[in-house]
Design a protein. Structure first.
Ligand code: HEM
Length: 465
């Protein structure tokens, strides 16, 4: 069915298909957007059996064109009939391999390691070796430590829990049969009811994503912007997938052939302390002389329903909660959106040394655990997943050089700033709005409890292994 939709979309000329849209796996450029997701972190015990496992998995792995066609059909159905078109259902799978996994399966591991290192040394080093830089304590990790290596991550995503469970049972059988050991399994998904679309602190998530040039349609009235997504700048595909033009202008030619149409996947299990966050927001509200609602919005840069604190760019079309068409040029000292707010720390928009399009990542995170009020004692958080082509210049830059750096302002020189309250670790930040000014202290509300870097290989490369 999705194949037909794809042909249909091509014939209509809706979207010029990207060269690799049947090579690049689903969830890299086209998000799975499913309510039920499972992350399986596994290890091969035998290289030959591991290759057989991979061959069997290939039948399940999704490709970009199918996921994108489904998503388009879904939006169309929603627009035509109102509500979710329940007859449209899909279960998608994405399969990534860590460098250890690639080396285990490859028949020529030296060449594989050389090519990986040439393209992204931090990918080969791995998340544990980078922990001192990213500010993590691997002692707290459930997966990603070198003494219990993960070789592959399987992401399964479905519209219903039953469908997900059916595939889960099948994958369990396959794992058992072929000596594939589960290091960790994380069940995640959209939060229920009023929490839908939000992360556990209560804020709408997944709003600001870059558009991808040659993949998403360009707005004819606003060159460089994605059609229908006000404020989403189009970014060269090579920033997210190997083998395409990047924003630096260099083509992916320097990438080994087998890496092309592949993407780097950053996975982080981020445990959230909702009680601590709420308490801090209330305390800080008193210090700032405002309500908890307003204080929380100052820490994030958006209200709980997604409305940004920043005012719309001149001539910006949309005014809805998902509004994303703004930058901070008119707010150099963070009077509206504090320089320490999470969305400003991780995307300072107008205030970057380099073109901001060179720092973007595609975020595919999903919450895990029940909402706080349903079970305050349970563990909860975000399975943070991001795609990029340079760990150091994109993900780690956002995490460490911006969010985790109390001196980075994302505003004019000397603007009040501090640590990102969400992911910057414990620290202080200065907030100066027209109404109030205060220096606030934060605990660590988000702890990394698992982390790894992996490669999402192209379909052809999965076949070759
Ligand atoms: C945006 C929450 C971790 C990077 C947001 C938004 C929320 C949020 C509520 C605003 C909605 C949106 O634009 O999508 C969280 C929580 C996290 C977390 C609760 C941890 C539990 C991270 C990490 C990174 C990151 C680890 C990267 C290092 C971003 C970026 C944006 C964003 C780039 C969009 C900023 C913009 O373009 O305006 N996050 N986030 N976040 N977050 Fe996070």
């Amino acid at each position: 069915m999705t194949e037909l939709l794809h042909l249909h979309a091509e014939r209509r000329g809706v979207r010029p298909p990207l060269r690799g849209s049947r090579e690049i796996q689903g969830n890299v450029l086209a998000a799975f957007n499913k309510d039920y997701q499972q992350f399986r972190f596994v290890r091969f015990t035998d290289a030959r059996l591991g290759r057989t496992w991979l061959a069997a998995m290939l039948g399940h792995v999704s490709v970009t064109a199918d996921v994108e066609d489904f998503n388009e059909a879904f939006s169309l159905g929603r627009a035509l009939f109102g509500g979710d078109p329940r007859s449209l259902r899909a279960t998608w799978t994405n399969l990534s391999l860590t460098p250890a996994g690639l080396l285990r399966l490859a028949v020529n591991p030296e060449a594989v390691e050389r090519d990986l290192r040439a393209r992204d040394p931090e990918l080969v080093e791995g998340a544990e070796a980078r922990a001192a830089f990213t500010g993590d304590d691997p002692e707290e990790w459930r997966f990603g430590r070198d003494d219990a290596p993960v070789h592959a991550v399987v992401t399964v995503a479905s519209d219903t829990g039953e469908r997900l469970q059916a595939l889960d049972a099948l994958l369990d059988l396959l794992d058992d049969l072929l000596g594939v050991v589960k290091v960790h399994v994380e069940n995640a998904g959209t939060l229920p009811g009023e929490h839908r679309g939000r992360e556990h602190f209560g804020y709408k998530d997944g709003i600001s994503q870059p558009g991808v040039r040659d993949f998403h349609e360009e707005d004819p009235n606003r060159p460089g912007h994605r059609l229908g997504h006000a404020g989403a700048l189009l970014v060269a595909p090579g920033e997210f997938v190997f083998g395409y033009d990047t924003e630096r202008g260099d083509e992916g030619d320097r990438t080994a052939r087998w890496l092309r149409d592949g993407s780097i996947q950053v996975v982080r299990r981020l445990t959230q302390d909702v009680r601590g966050w709420r308490r801090a927001v209330e305390e800080h509200a008193a210090a700032l002389g405002t309500t908890a609602e307003e204080a929380g919005a100052l820490l994030i840069g958006r209200h709980r329903d997604g409305r940004p604190l920043a005012s719309p760019a001149a001539g910006a079309p949309g005014l809805g909660p998902d509004r994303n068409d703004f930058d901070y040029a008119d707010d150099p000292r963070g009077a509206s959106t504090p320089c320490a707010a999470h969305i400003r720390k991780t995307n300072p928009r107008s205030f970057t040394f380099r073109d901001p399009r060179q720092r973007r990542i595609l975020r595919r995170g999903v919450p895990f655990g029940p909402p706080y009020d349903a079970d305050p004692r349970a563990e909860r958080g975000l399975v943070f997943v991001a795609h990029c082509t340079s760990i150091k210049e994109q993900f780690e830059f956002q995490q460490r050089v911006w969010a985790g750096n109390p001196d980075f302002a994302g505003g004019e020189d000397g603007a009040p700033t501090g640590t990102d309250p969400v992911i910057g670790g414990a620290g202080e930040a200065r907030f100066e709005t027209p109404e109030a000014a205060a220096t606030l202290t934060f605990h660590r509300f988000v702890r990394t409890t698992g982390a790894l870097y992996a490669l999402v290989p192209s379909i052809s490369t999965l076949r070759l292994l």
